[in-house]
Ligand binder design. Sequence first.
Ligand code: ASP
Length: 327
Amino acid sequence: MKTLKAMLGMTALAAVSLIAVSASAQTYPERTITMVVPFSAGGPTDTVARLVAESMSKDLGQQVVVENVGGAGGTLGAGRVAQAEADGYTVLLHHIGMATSATLYRKLAYDTLNAFEYVGLVTEVPMTIVARKDFEPTDIKSLIDYVKANKDKVTVANAGIGAASHLCGMMFMSAIETPLVTVPYKGTGPAMTDLLGGQVDIMCDQTTNTTKQIKGGTIKAYAVTSPERLPVLPDVPTAIESGLADFQVGIWHGVYAPKGTPTEAVERLSKSLQVALKDENVVARFAELGTEPSSQEDATPAALKAKLESEIARWKPVIEAAGQYAD
Ligand code: ASP
């Protein structure tokens, strides 16, 4: 039988460890957090990340600094975070490519479903089919006719295999049953520079990168991939109303941390993400960019986990049917 003294000792020990746990939860974060964006600076994912990071910095009382690790359709940056110290000071903001690359890549440096902790969903961004300003076709119908007649000449920019622009470009080519010449970049930030400069013809990219240019008339827009027209781009028809049946895709973004990151840190990050998604400035800037923040229920670890799992299952057969993989 335990003596009273021993029992008291155990209680004291338990109390001390409880204090230690809550102290570490309360003191996190104690220094700068790095948010890896797996695409170039100035692109759509970077834009979303910087808005969210700025707001989270205020809430967390520590800087959340964006680091761009572009290349290989987002898989390089994701790999970097998978291998980072699981201490709550490195996170990843990635999009739908996290799900598609799990099937698209024969080899990945990480096991998608087992390499991360989930923080929460951020936003779901529509895509736009756009072209350089002086590209001949005036609407989606003439675009389809033109690219079919000039399939060896027309160039399509994307951010590498696994990027949203790659996925949307593939959907377009498969809808019109015409393969086109693709030009990969480390992100659609630099791809947009080339589209503006006329070095590349067309691109399917997120509204977070194209809205300003479409409104400014510096690029041409043919269609949006949302179910309805967007309030911010009322003159741009949906792909579906333009005759591309089922051509609908939303680019959902989520925040992840390396597997093994302490639960207290993941929970704190998730709370902070929820605060950021209610921030008036974030809501207003997202609206200007043609998107909106995820709901508070979706900005949670459970919602992001469920989304990633269901999206891997959704895209696997589509990618397998296309039969195009990356090594
Ligand atoms: N989201 C990528 C970027 O930020 C582009 C893409 O996914 O196509 O550049």
